[in-house]
Design a binder for this molecule. Structure first.
Ligand code: MRU
Length: 328
């Protein structure tokens, strides 16, 4: 995988042969973005099967349970991690013998990676219909190729819109605290030759009030059956501003990002270290010992969302009904 912590300065590929390394890569944002975390978790667990010295099926399942727990505890908010690990466990439990299980979990992880690309392509095509020629589209965080196996969710829609022949521009927020927008989204879009302008997170209101934004699209780490969307911190502010200015606000996410069981209060919002806020690079920008609140995600309520783009189609409000239909 690409070490995303090094972008945009260095494009470094890393290889792992131990599932603990994959857990560390997820924990430290070497790989990040909900679908990429989900598929990485699946590969991590498949690797754990290959690493196991078990001689009987139940021993192998015990080893996998241990690895699943380590991988699961890396990051709490994106539901895709649970989904990816759950799929591999399911396949392992159904297996007949050790060799067959090892082979089938690796094949399942590979298929999940291939499927993710196809899903993003489908989502991109379906979502592109919502965007018009000459639209300027705002996006927050990075929901691109780097956040998935390839192509991206929100950026997949932007790519498909451009490929359909429409002339579009993108405004990317820098996305503090660790700058996924400026480091990753701006990098990806510039690489693809898409017209992108970077703005500070604090300029969202300015840009919308000036009429610089026609539509907004973001990804998601978890979507509840009610249409509550958990995504990178700041998404709620962008959605609120969009509502204020009558700008359509779309979310693009695969069905693997939906959590049909939990309620908003059940979702754990990851809290990150203070140093991400008290300094820029090696330079301190806050007084020593200051209290810091540094959540990685926030929740956007359904009333701020115009549509949720998935591989099965576009869910529109009321979301409790339209989301249910996606799963029928
Ligand atoms: O902390 P991150 O970088 O993993 O957060 C990523 C986001 O919030 C993305 O917008 C989300 O995962 C959608 S990715 C297709």
């Amino acid at each position: 995988m690409i070490d995303q912590t090094k972008l945009p300065n260095d494009l470094v590929f890393v290889e792992y042969s131990d599932y603990n390394q994959i857990a560390e890569a997820i924990r430290t944002l070497v790989v990040r973005g909900a679908p990429a975390i989900g598929v990485s978790g699946a590969f991590g667990l498949a690797l754990a099967a290959l690493q196991s010295n078990a001689t009987a099926k139940d021993e192998l399942i015990t080893d996998l349970e241990k690895a699943r727990k380590i991988l699961f505890e890396t990051r709490p908010t994106a539901i895709n991690l649970k989904w990816g690990l759950g799929k591999i466990m399911e396949v392992a439990c159904q297996g007949s013998d050790i060799d067959q299980i090892k082979e089938s979990v690796v094949n399942t992880a590979k298929k999940m990676a291939d499927d993710d690309i196809q899903i993003n392509m489908t989502m991109g095509k379906k979502g592109s219909e919502l965007f018009d020629n000459n639209d300027t589209i705002m996006t927050h965080c990075n929901a691109g190729a780097l956040a998935t196996v390839a192509n991206g969710t929100a950026l997949g829609v932007i790519r498909a819109t451009k490929e359909s022949g429409k002339n579009i521009k993108v405004i990317a927020t820098e996305t503090r605290p660790v700058q996924q927008g400026s480091r990753l989204t701006a990098f990806e879009l510039k690489h693809d030759g898409i017209d992108v302008s970077l703005i500070p997170d604090t300029a969202v209101g300015y840009a919308m009030a000036k009429g610089l934004v026609d539509k907004v699209i973001v990804g998601a780490d978890r979507i509840l059956r009610t249409g509550h969307v958990f995504n990178k911190i700041g998404t709620y502010q962008v959605a609120t501003m969009a509502k204020k200015h009558g700008i359509p606000f779309y979310v693009a996410a695969p069905l693997s990002s939906f959590d049909m069981k939990n309620n908003p209060e059940d979702v754990v919002i990851e809290q990150r270290k203070a140093s991400e806020v008290t300094g820029i690079g090696d330079r301190k920008t806050a007084p020593d010992g200051i209290n810091v609140i540094n959540p990685a995600f926030d929740m956007t309520p359904p009333e701020l969302i115009s549509g949720i783009i998935t591989e099965k189609g576009i869910a529109k409000p009321p979301f409790d009904e339209s989301i249910k239909k996606l799963f029928q």
